[in-house]
Design a protein around this ligand. Structure first.
Ligand code: SAM
Length: 239
């Protein structure tokens, strides 16, 4: 029987500590991401049960890739919170050597099943406890609607960790919903304000291209795509 598409709902169990500690792994209910793996697992391989999943690559990512020169095979990209893997696959087809990670073991297992002969390196990893050898090592980091999937008290920490993946003068592409006022939304999701997004600039990233979009019939109709380039790293911008 067809199940109705799941929608994002504010969830009563989302109270979280200000900073994830090493003793709070993803399965602990105090971890801000603890609910993702059960959601993917309970979806039982039915994409319609994952509220954000479309089983297709992000059209804005496709547009961005179409606008750059062909990518040579030694360029690396990392996809943060890769979900079901469609964006990682698109980056791989564009020529990047791709690592794609998600905190959810079920999501990563699902990616591997969906794309069994993919060259993408799918890996379970927590944004808040990244492997040390990923620091400053990717030519491109891409994240779509993952920062906003984490509560406001984890905003800067999540942005710091994403920034830390990008090598000096590397690229960072962000796709997120925007909220119109400073007022905290009752997430998930917790869309960003433009001010919050500008935090990347204080980390030494310069916006080189951006576009906004309006989606009709959405609780958060305003969307933004921003391409940043990391400036050479100084002590002040070391993340
Ligand atoms: C809203 S979904 C977006 C998925 C995908 N980027 C997309 O655009 O469809 C957020 C994703 O981030 C993952 N995630 C949440 N917290 C994470 C964390 N701490 N570390 C790594 N991945 C995380 C979730 O499991 C989920 O797949």
């Amino acid at each position: 029987m067809l199940k109705p598409k799941k929608i994002w709902i504010a969830s009563p169990f989302m109270s979280t500590p200000a900073t994830p500690s090493s003793s709070s792994g993803p399965s602990q209910t105090s971890h801000p991401s603890h609910w993702f793996d059960p959601l993917y697992r309970n979806a039982e391989r039915d994409v319609t049960q994952v509220p954000w999943a479309t089983a297709a690559a992000n059209p804005l990512l496709r547009q961005a890739l179409d606008s750059i020169p062909p990518v040579s095979g030694d360029r690396t990209a990392i996809v943060v919170g890769c979900g079901l893997g469609d964006d990682a696959e698109l980056l791989s087809q564009a020529g990047y050597r791709v690592t794609a990670f998600d905190i959810s073991e079920s999501a990563i297992a699902w990616c591997r099943e969906r794309f069994p002969s993919s060259p993408v390196h799918y890996q379970v990893a927590d944004l808040f406890q990244l492997p040390t050898d990923w620091q400053h090592s990717f030519d491109l980091a891409f994240e779509s609607i993952t920062i906003q999937a984490l509560p406001l008290d984890h905003r800067q920490a999540s942005m710091d960790r994403i920034a830390s993946l990008v090598r000096p003068e590397g690229d960072l592409w962000i796709h997120t919903y925007l909220r119109p006022s400073e007022e905290p939304p009752s997430g998930p999701p917790w869309p960003l304000t433009l001010d919050e997004l500008n935090y990347f600039e204080t980390l030494g990233f310069e916006a080189t291209r951006q576009q906004t979009q309006r989606k009709k019939d959405s609780r958060f109709p305003q969307r933004i795509w921003v391409e940043y380039q990391r400036q050479p790293i100084t002590e002040k911008t070391l993340a």
